[in-house]
Design a protein around this ligand. Structure first.
Ligand SMILES: [Zn+2]
Length: 367
């Protein structure tokens, strides 16, 4: 005989230690339960795209509000990515800033450039000589004068690079693919060397460095709030398309409170990286970290317990009743008489009985 179990989560107090075993127990019960009636099978409210093991993470970085300060942009971006990876599979990394943020040069970089300039002048006059030579990272030539290295690099390697780029740009189709393949290693080597030798033409290379770390970087107009609005629209658009299950926002700007609330309403997990302790954003998110915690790797460690809590929450949600209008409408349409009575008279034959109905009064007694 098939055993039917009445299961009402509202009356059950669940010990947190039971949570690990519950999915198995519940899975078993549900399996048998639904197998008694194939006609009204309820689909899994958490299909694989929303599964607890595939948490798709999207990182949104408000660069205007939180530019990398203590670290180089590339290092900061990589550490942020590492921290984000401990919350799930990072599929989207998006950064927005206005033109001014990309043109800005931090004071410490300005100071470094000034120091370098005066050092170069002393080297040119022959007042000082570096202990170790400067080595060209493309061809390996050694120089005891930084200005000479820069001149060598510009006259030989920069020219070669410009030629290669124009060759690729003027080629089409398979020819272009061949050229890209042929030059890829040389161009990569040039770019790596140029980063250290040549001064970026605009700002300090913030945008390029963040792109290099794998982020999608967008520049918006210098109008106030332009980056906020663009970032917010992007978040809502991705929510509409259900492209993420976890949203990580890097900002201290309280203008994002509403969009975070919206994300939570849509059952997304939310994490904020910012430095306003107990700020408006941190009050509406699931977990909050400071930049310092991201850089020191503390966020990565703490993410383990945050993810653990999310998994427990997901399990509890699975136990709750979910309402699906289409499914329930069809169900009640085919079972209208019961709706009118509002009671289960228990006189139906097995094949047509709804899954939630008990087999007979004796089943209730046996529980
Ligand atoms: Zn060289």
């Amino acid at each position: 005989m098939m055993v039917l179990v009445r299961f009402s989560t509202r009356n059950i107090l669940i010990d947190p230690s039971m949570l690990k075993t519950l999915p198995t127990i519940f899975g078993t019960i549900r399996h048998y339960h639904f197998n008694t009636d194939q006609t009204h099978k309820i689909p899994d409210p958490f299909p694989s795209t929303q599964g607890i093991n595939r948490n798709i993470v999207a990182v949104f970085w408000d660069l205007d509000n939180k530019p990398p300060k203590s670290l180089s942009p590339f290092d900061a971006a990589i550490r942020l990515k590492k921290a984000a990876e401990s919350f799930g599979t990072v599929r989207y990394k998006i950064a927005y800033a206005n033109q001014r943020s990309f043109e800005y040069i931090p004071p410490e970089i300005k100071q470094h450039r000034r120091d370098r300039k005066s050092l170069n002048q002393l080297e040119n006059k022959g007042v000082i000589k570096p202990v170790d030579p400067y080595i060209c990272r493309v061809c390996g030539r050694k120089f005891y004068n930084n200005d000479k290295l820069i001149n060598h690099f510009k006259q030989i390697h920069e020219r070669e690079h410009v030629k290669r780029v124009s060759q690729i740009e003027s080629a089409k189709g398979s020819q272009r693919v061949k050229l890209v393949g042929k030059y890829s290693i040389k161009m990569e080597k040039y770019r790596n060397a140029a980063r250290d030798i040549l001064t970026p033409k605009v700002g300090y290379g913030l945008g390029d460095e963040i792109k290099r770390a794998g982020y999608w970087v967008r520049t918006v107009s210098n109008k106030p709030q332009a980056a906020d609005v663009a970032l917010r629209d992007h978040m809502v658009d991705m929510m509409d398309r259900r492209q993420m299950e976890c949203l990580i926002l890097v900002s201290d700007d309280s203008d994002f409170v509403e969009v975070l609330k919206e994300a939570r309403l849509r059952c997304l997990k939310t994490v904020v990286v910012g430095d306003c302790k107990g700020g408006a954003l941190k009050r509406v998110c699931d977990a909050g970290f400071s930049w310092e915690e991201v850089i020191m790797g503390k966020a990565k460690k703490e993410a383990v317990s945050v993810v653990g809590k999310w998994k427990d929450g997901d399990i509890l949600r699975r136990l709750e009743w979910t309402y699906n209008y289409e499914r329930d409408r069809k169900f009640y349409d085919s079972d209208a008489s019961d709706l009118v009575c509002g009671e289960d008279d228990g006189d139906k034959v097995d094949g047509s009985r709804a899954w939630w109905k008990l087999e007979s009064d004796s089943d209730v007694a046996s529980l």
